[in-house]
Design a protein around this ligand. Structure first.
Ligand code: F3S
Length: 86
Protein backbone atom coordinates (compact mmCIF):
# COMPACT_ATOMS: atom_id res chain seq x y z
CA UNK A 1 0.00 0.00 0.00
CA UNK A 2 1.14 3.47 -0.80
CA UNK A 3 0.90 6.75 0.99
CA UNK A 4 -1.79 9.01 -0.38
CA UNK A 5 -2.40 12.71 -0.70
CA UNK A 6 -5.92 13.99 -0.11
CA UNK A 7 -6.79 17.50 -1.25
CA UNK A 8 -9.81 19.60 -0.34
CA UNK A 9 -9.66 21.09 -3.80
CA UNK A 10 -12.58 23.49 -3.43
CA UNK A 11 -10.82 25.20 -0.50
CA UNK A 12 -7.61 25.90 -2.47
CA UNK A 13 -6.85 29.63 -2.61
CA UNK A 14 -4.08 29.38 -5.20
CA UNK A 15 -1.07 30.07 -2.98
CA UNK A 16 1.01 27.62 -5.05
CA UNK A 17 3.39 26.82 -2.20
CA UNK A 18 2.63 23.13 -2.67
CA UNK A 19 3.75 23.30 -6.29
CA UNK A 20 6.84 25.28 -5.32
CA UNK A 21 7.85 22.37 -3.08
CA UNK A 22 7.13 19.60 -5.58
CA UNK A 23 5.75 20.78 -8.93
CA UNK A 24 5.55 17.28 -10.35
CA UNK A 25 3.36 16.09 -7.47
CA UNK A 26 1.18 19.15 -6.93
CA UNK A 27 0.06 20.23 -10.36
CA UNK A 28 -1.83 23.48 -10.73
CA UNK A 29 -4.50 24.28 -13.28
CA UNK A 30 -4.31 27.19 -15.71
CA UNK A 31 -5.80 29.51 -13.08
CA UNK A 32 -3.13 28.60 -10.53
CA UNK A 33 -5.30 26.42 -8.32
CA UNK A 34 -4.53 22.83 -7.37
CA UNK A 35 -5.66 20.54 -10.19
CA UNK A 36 -6.18 17.30 -8.26
CA UNK A 37 -8.33 16.00 -5.43
CA UNK A 38 -5.63 13.55 -4.47
CA UNK A 39 -3.21 10.92 -5.66
CA UNK A 40 -1.06 8.00 -4.64
CA UNK A 41 2.39 9.15 -3.61
CA UNK A 42 5.11 7.51 -5.69
CA UNK A 43 7.47 5.38 -3.59
CA UNK A 44 10.34 7.48 -2.32
CA UNK A 45 8.45 10.77 -2.62
CA UNK A 46 6.66 10.65 0.72
CA UNK A 47 8.73 13.44 2.30
CA UNK A 48 8.25 15.67 -0.75
CA UNK A 49 4.51 15.04 -0.46
CA UNK A 50 4.51 15.97 3.23
CA UNK A 51 6.60 19.08 2.58
CA UNK A 52 4.07 20.19 -0.01
CA UNK A 53 1.17 19.40 2.30
CA UNK A 54 2.49 21.33 5.27
CA UNK A 55 3.48 24.29 3.09
CA UNK A 56 -0.16 25.04 2.24
CA UNK A 57 -1.37 27.93 4.42
CA UNK A 58 -4.98 26.88 3.83
CA UNK A 59 -4.24 23.36 5.16
CA UNK A 60 -6.15 21.75 2.30
CA UNK A 61 -3.58 18.99 1.66
CA UNK A 62 -3.25 15.92 3.87
CA UNK A 63 -0.74 13.08 3.67
CA UNK A 64 -2.32 9.73 4.60
CA UNK A 65 -0.13 6.82 5.66
CA UNK A 66 -0.49 3.15 4.79
CA UNK A 67 -2.81 2.63 7.77
CA UNK A 68 -5.12 5.42 6.64
CA UNK A 69 -3.93 7.87 9.27
CA UNK A 70 -2.93 11.48 8.59
CA UNK A 71 0.78 12.29 8.91
CA UNK A 72 1.65 15.90 9.77
CA UNK A 73 5.12 15.68 11.24
CA UNK A 74 8.39 15.18 9.33
CA UNK A 75 10.07 13.34 12.20
CA UNK A 76 7.16 10.92 12.50
CA UNK A 77 7.21 10.31 8.75
CA UNK A 78 10.96 9.82 8.66
CA UNK A 79 10.76 7.31 11.52
CA UNK A 80 8.04 5.38 9.70
CA UNK A 81 10.01 5.36 6.46
CA UNK A 82 13.18 4.26 8.27
CA UNK A 83 11.24 1.45 9.98
CA UNK A 84 10.02 0.21 6.59
CA UNK A 85 13.59 -0.15 5.34
CA UNK A 86 14.55 -2.45 8.21
FE1 F3S B 1 -3.83 25.67 -3.15
FE2 F3S B 1 -2.57 25.41 -0.90
FE3 F3S B 1 -1.38 24.70 -3.09
S1 F3S B 1 -3.95 27.06 -1.40
S2 F3S B 1 -2.23 25.98 -4.70
S3 F3S B 1 -3.22 23.78 -2.24
S4 F3S B 1 -0.46 25.82 -1.40
Amino acid sequence: MAYKIQIDKKSCQGHARCANRAADLFKLNADGYIASEGFEVPAGREMDALNGAVSCPERVITLIDEQGQPVKNRNVLQAALDAKKK
